[in-house]
Design a protein around this ligand. Sequence first.
Ligand SMILES: [Zn+2]
Length: 363
Amino acid sequence: MKQWRFYALGDMRLDDVPMPECKPGWVILKTRVVQPSVTEAQRAVGMPISGTETVKRLIAEKAPVPLFGHEFCAEVVELGEGVTRVKVGDRVACRARVPCHECDICRAGFPDLCRKGPNIGRQIPGCFAEYTTIPAEVLAVLPDSVSDNEGACIQPLTGAVSNVSAAHIQMGDSVAVIGQGVMGLYCLQLARVCGAGKLIGIDVRPESLALSRQLGADCVVDATQVDPVQAVIELTNGFGADVVFEAAGGSPEQGLAGTKTQGQAMHMVRDLGKVVQVAWIGNKVEFRTDEWRERGISYLSSDNCSDKLLDYVVHLVATRRIQLAPLISHVLDGLDKAPQSFEITSNKGKYQATNPAQVLVSR
Ligand SMILES: [Zn+2]
């Protein structure tokens, strides 16, 4: 079978490799659609972002090594011994962290919170291959109402749901979302599901602001035209937003906002309000902690996914409470297109992409 393997950072090759073997509790999956996450596309070329050091170590120790591909829709083609959670023919998506079942947290009965287990796409090969093998315990079955392309977005949506849950939005809360890329647009829609009041979408791209309006923003702010902090203060009657999601920060070389949007988030949230860090910034950030302390601002994030949360995410998409299809802008046909999908995904501004570029592997 065909599988993408990394020989070095930035050096991926489509190799012929043996079919994976199916261990007890695991399944064999045939990839239908896969997309690199934004952070995977950054790790692939060695940018300083969460997980890059692990990727460098894996390449140093194991090259050529299969990496990435935890955002997928795949079909179950073989069951390992004891698997009852899914059946052959099911289409599935996954949550990326696999519990180790050995650490204190796992043994205390909280495997969903485990931080010691392997990750799909790092220690366990993901779906940049025709076939892969994955533990059944992290899979969710997709109903017919969720398309293959939407299925590949289930995993990143779990990250947004985890972050929005952390904000404990109250009905009527004003919510500002800095960055109307894929994560920002997920957070905006999820805030609406949570009963948010005024929803404010902020971005620098006209096409993103148009999508923001289409997906439920009450007001949009073009940060190239006005000061977004001042705009949010005015839109909230001088108070500032109850909750601000920072979903724009990151490497300016890839069209992201650097670190300045974190400062903007702090200045547009109300006293005693909440700022949720959604974007992965990569570089170090200078924090003026006295101002946070003085104003009693909560700085939050969350990156956990339980079985229950994964099922909820599938339900949100299946019932159309969250729209994924309008965000999917680039779909490439064939596993051999994976390098282009990494290129587009790591330069979404340049290619006018919202979602990572998807790769159709089989149907
Ligand atoms: Zn554990």
